[in-house]
Design a protein around this ligand. Structure first.
Ligand code: ADP
Ligand code: MG
Length: 308
């Protein structure tokens, strides 16, 4: 049997996904089928997905998959524990920016205010295998879905008997086992800067053995307009990109669903409140701040990379 180290790559969830594992190509090809299925459930633009049907149901109950139910529940918990900083109900405001297509633009304040009216996750209802949004609300699971999907792919690979793998869904990383020599994977932390050449370099390393490492940053997805950089993580109070001391935040914990769910609010809340949130959820966190300062949870084994 072909049990060499193999890699597959696919474009899903508006990003590039690379899955490498010590297994045959057939198993790896199936992970891309899983990605395709999750895109079909969670995409807000794909007609007929769970999210699309929720967003277009005009206040009616919608039957959704158990996966979507779990992601919704986690998102609602995050909304509560972050006092609304993490808000999936801002779909309309996110759409106005067109971060994922060529029509990127800076929306006006009034337009954003209208898009945010009623964006209150407390009004999302779940019952059994159905959910309901108030008419006019649109949800966006972009800040939380990839972690859930990474865990599902990890569980599938384990069921197939795979002992070593690195699942990278656009920077949302989950590792299984260790490298062939028994040492942990070393996950590089990129410089959170616009300059591509510099970004390709790592400033730090976190080791990972059966861990997830997820980064949220202000530098990756966004656009320049009139000398200002507009990035894709929005302050739910204004609908504008979050402005604080944070350039990027990385989380390490066992479970990728939690890691992804918590990184976006950690970026929004900033390093002070963020440290408390990290403690509450028992995750390790590393902040890279705008003044190049690095702040991290006590005990985190972060290896700094020397330049040159
Ligand atoms: P990435 O998608 O780049 O891995 P994140 O996990 O931080 O990064 O998710 C960012 C995405 O989350 C945005 O593209 C948008 O879809 C959504 N989003 C933006 N602001 C918020 C927010 N305040 N709360 C919840 N989701 C948000
Ligand atoms: Mg996230």
């Amino acid at each position: 049997m072909d049990t060499m180290w193999n890699t597959v790559t696919g474009q899903y969830f508006n990003t590039v996904n690379t899955i490498s594992a010590e297994c045959g190509r057939d198993i790896l090809e199936s992970t891309l089928v899983l990605c395709e299925c999750f895109e079909g459930l969670l995409s807000k633009t794909r007609e007929g997905s769970d999210v699309w049907r929720l967003n277009h149901a005009q206040g009616e109950w919608v039957l959704i998959s158990a996966h979507t139910q779990r992601i919704l529940s986690m998102a609602l918990t995050m909304y509560e524990t972050t006092n609304g900083a993490f808000n999936i109900a801002m779909g309309k405001a996110v759409n106005l920016w067109h971060f994922n297509d060529k029509k990127q633009r800076v929306p006006g304040r009034e337009e954003l205010r209208r898009a945010l009216a009623g964006a209150d996750c407390g009004r999302i209802e779940q019952k059994g295998d159905s959910a309901r949004l108030p008419a006019g609300m649109e949800i966006d699971l972009g800040g939380i879905a990839k972690g859930y999907i990474a865990d599902e792919i990890g569980a599938y690979l384990r069921e197939c008997g795979v002992r070593r793998a690195v699942i990278n869904l656009g920077g949302n990383i989950l590792t299984i086992g260790s490298k062939a020599d028994g040492t942990p994977w070393q996950i590089g932390l990129q410089y959170p800067v616009g300059d591509r050449a510099k970004r390709e370099k790592y400033w730090g390393l976190l080791h990972s053995r059966d861990n997830s490492i997820v980064t949220s940053g202000c530098y990756e997805r966004g656009f320049w307009r009139d000398g200002t950089w507009y990035h894709h993580i929005l302050d739910p109070r204004s609908g504008m990109p979050v402005q604080n001391r944070v350039l990027s935040v990385t989380v390490r914990t066992k479970d990728s669903f939690l890691a992804d769910a918590v990184t976006t609010p950690l970026l929004i809340l900033g390093e002070r409140e963020g440290m408390e949130l990290a403690e509450r959820y028992g995750v390790e966190v590393v902040y890279y701040l705008k003044n190049n300062e690095i702040v991290y949870t006590r005990g985190t084994e972060l290896m700094l990379v020397r330049e040159g």
